[in-house]
Design a protein around this ligand. Structure first.
Ligand code: AMP
Length: 470
C-alpha cells in the first residue's frame, strides 16, 4: 500500500493551502488512520500522544465541518492551559484563511475579558474543563449548540482529577453529533468514558509510542542525591550553545530548589509549575521557546502537553513514580524524527524502578557514567563523596587498600585498623584479600574518617592508598 498524501484527501482549499504553507509533506500515522474517518463525521477513539500529529488528526475534520457563523459548533477540551493554547494555535494555522473564530477558554485569566471575546461570537472553543464549566454556568458558553467535540489527552484529564468536570460538560451537550477522544494510555476510566460517550467509534491504536521512543538516546546515571547537581553540570556542559534542556523533578518544591541551586552556580534556568499565575507561565514559556533561557525545570503536570520546538535534552533529575510519566517526559525531545537525549538520575534505591520502566516499554536504558567534560571546560559543580549512596544495604562501604594477602592477614589488618583509627570492631565488615590489593568494608558512619586516618598511616612500612571501591 502506498502512503497517502494530503493531496489524496481533497481537503478544503484553505486547509490544503495552510498545510502546504506549513511545509508538511506527508501525513503522520495517526492522521492517516483517523483523519479520513473523522472527516466523515464518525466518532474516533485514538491512542496517540503529543508529537504524533494528533492535533491535526482531529483538528482538520473539525475545521472542515465548521462554518464561520459566529455560533458555537465545536469544542476541544485539554488538560492544561498550555495545551489549550497550543491546540488553538495549531487550529489557527491549519484553517488558513477560512475565517473561523477560534477562542481559548482557560482559568487563571481575566474572566470578564474572556466573556467579552465570547460575546462577539465564536465558532470553535479550545478550553480547560474548569473554566468552560464556569463560563457555561454564567451563560457565556452554550454547550447545547455544540455538534463536534474532542477530548484531548483523556488520561491526563483523569490523572489531574478533571474527569467529573469533563463528564459534567459532556452530559450537557445533547446535540453532540461527533465525539473524538484521544489518549496516550487507556486506564479503565478512560475506556469507560469512551464507551459511554462515543457512538460506534473507530478505534485507532497507533503504535507511535514504540515508533518514537527508540529515536531518543536514553541513558541512566547511577548517582545519589548528593551528586545529582554534579552530574547535571556535566550534561549541561556537554549540551552546546544551541541545546534546549527540559529537567523534570517530582515536586514543585524541588523545581524551585533546583532553579535556586543552578543560579548559585551561575547557570541560568527558569522554573515552571502549576502554582504560577498564567501570565508568568506564558512569559517563562516564551523565554524558553525563543531561546532566552535554555534550561527549563518543570513537574510532570506543568510540562504536560508542552510543545516546544528543538528540545535536545530531557533530564529526569528525579525518576518518575509512574512508568508512563517516563515516556511522556522523554517524548518532549526527539519529536517528529529529530534526535534527542534523555538522561535519568538513578539512586541506589531506584534501580528497580528503572528496570520496571525499561521492561514496561521494552526499552534499553543503559547505566553509564556521567559524560566527561568537553575539552577545556572547567567543572562547575564539584563531586562530593556520597557515603549513603556508596554503602550497601547494611551500611557498609567497600574500601580498596593497596596491600594484599602477602602483606597481611584479615585478622591482623582488622585489628590494626581498629587500633589506629580507634573504632569499634563492628565498624569493620568483611575483608577480602587479593594479590597486591584488598577490599575492606567500613561502616558508612566512619568511612570518611577511617579513610583519612589510613591515608596518613603505614602498614608494615607500606602505604595503603585507600580509595572507595565502586
Ligand atoms: P501534535 O502531536 O499534534 O502535538 O503535533 C506535533 C507537532 O508536529 C506539531 O508541531 C505539529 O504542527 C507537527 N505536525 C503535525 N502533523 C504533521 C505532519 N504531517 N508533518 C509535519 N509536521 C506535523
Amino acid at each position: 500500500m502506498t502512503t497517502p498524501s494530503f493531496n489524496d484527501w481533497d481537503l478544503e482549499a484553505p486547509i490544503a493551502k495552510a498545510i502546504s504553507d506549513l511545509g508538511w509533506t506527508k501525513p503522520t500515522e495517526i492522521q492517516i488512520e483517523a483523519l479520513p474517518v473523522a472527516r466523515q463525521g464518525m466518532d474516533v477513539v485514538g491512542q496517540a500522544r503529543t508529537g504524533s500529529g494528533k492535533t491535526a488528526a482531529f483538528g482538520i475534520p473539525i475545521i472542515e465541518n465548521c462554518e464561520p457563523s459566529g455560533s458555537l459548533q465545536a469544542m476541544v477540551l485539554c488538560p492544561t492551559r498550555e495545551l489549550a493554547v497550543q491546540v488553538a494555535k495549531e487550529f489557527e494555522s491549519l484553517q488558513g484563511d477560512k475565517g473561523l473564530s477560534i477562542e481559548t477558554v482557560y482559568g487563571g485569566t481575566d474572566l470578564e475579558k474572556q466573556a467579552k471575546r465570547l460575546g462577539k461570537g465564536v465558532d470553535v472553543i479550545v478550553g480547560t474543563p474548569g473554566r468552560v464549566i464556569d463560563m457555561s454556568k454564567r451563560g457565556h458558553i452554550d454547550l447545547e449548540s455544540i455538534s463536534r467535540f474532542c477530548l484531548d489527552e483523556a488520561d491526563r484529564m483523569l490523572d489531574m482529577g478533571f474527569f467529573p468536570d469533563v463528564l459534567w460538560i459532556l452530559e450537557r451537550m445533547p446535540n453532540r453529533g461527533q465525539t473524538m477522544l484521544f489518549s496516550a494510555t487507556f486506564p479503565q476510566e478512560v475506556l469507560d468514558a469512551a464507551e459511554e460517550f462515543t457512538n460506534d467509534p473507530l478505534h485507532v491504536m497507533s503504535d507511535d509510542l514504540e515508533v518514537e521512543v527508540p529515536e531518543i538516546d536514553q541513558f541512566a546515571i547511577r548517582v545519589g542525591r548528593l551528586n545529582k547537581m554534579w552530574a547535571l553540570g556535566r550534561i549541561i556542559a556537554n549540551m552546546g550553545d544551541d541545546g534546549k534542556m527540559l529537567i523534570f523533578t517530582n515536586t514543585k518544591r524541588m523545581v524551585d530548589m533546583l532553579a535556586e541551586r543552578l543560579e548559585r552556580f551561575r547557570m541560568g534556568s527558569s522554573a515552571l509549575h502549576g502554582d504560577m499565575a498564567q501570565n508568568k507561565r506564558e512569559r517563562i514559556l516564551k523565554g524558553f521557546r525563543e531561546g532566552g533561557t535554555s534550561v527549563l525545570i518543570a513537574t510532570d503536570v506543568a510540562a504536560r502537553g508542552l510543545d516546544v520546538e528543538g528540545i535536545t535534552h530531557v533530564v529526569n533529575y528525579d525518576l518518575p513514580d509512574e512508568t508512563e510519566s517516563y515516556v511522556h517526559r522523554i517524548g518532549r525531545t526527539g519529536r517528529m524524527g529529530r534526535s534527542g537525549q534523555a538522561w535519568s538520575f538513578v539512586t541506589r534505591g531506584e534501580r528497580g524502578m528503572l528496570d520496571k520502566i525499561a521492561n514496561t516499554w521494552s526499552m534499553k536504558i543503559p547505566l553509564v557514567d556521567a559524560p566527561e567534560l568537553p575539552e577545556g571546560a572547567k567543572e562547575a559543580i564539584r563531586r562530593k563523596d556520597d557515603w549513603d549512596e556508596l554503602s550497601d544495604g547494611f551500611g557498609m562501604v567497600p574500601v580498596r587498600l593497596s596491600i594484599g594477602k602477602a602483606e597481611a592477614s584479615k585478622m591482623a589488618l582488622a585489628e590494626w585498623i581498629q587500633r589506629e583509627a580507634r573504632v569499634p570492631d563492628i565498624t569493620i565488615g568483611e575483608i577480602i584479600l587479593g594479590e597486591g590489593e584488598s577490599i575492606v568494608e567500613i561502616h558508612v558512619k566512619k568511612a570518611s574518617y577511617v579513610i583519612d586516618v589510613l591515608k596518613s598511616r603505614k602498614f608494615g612500612g607500606r602505604d595503603l592508598r585507600p580509595v572507595i571501591a565502586t
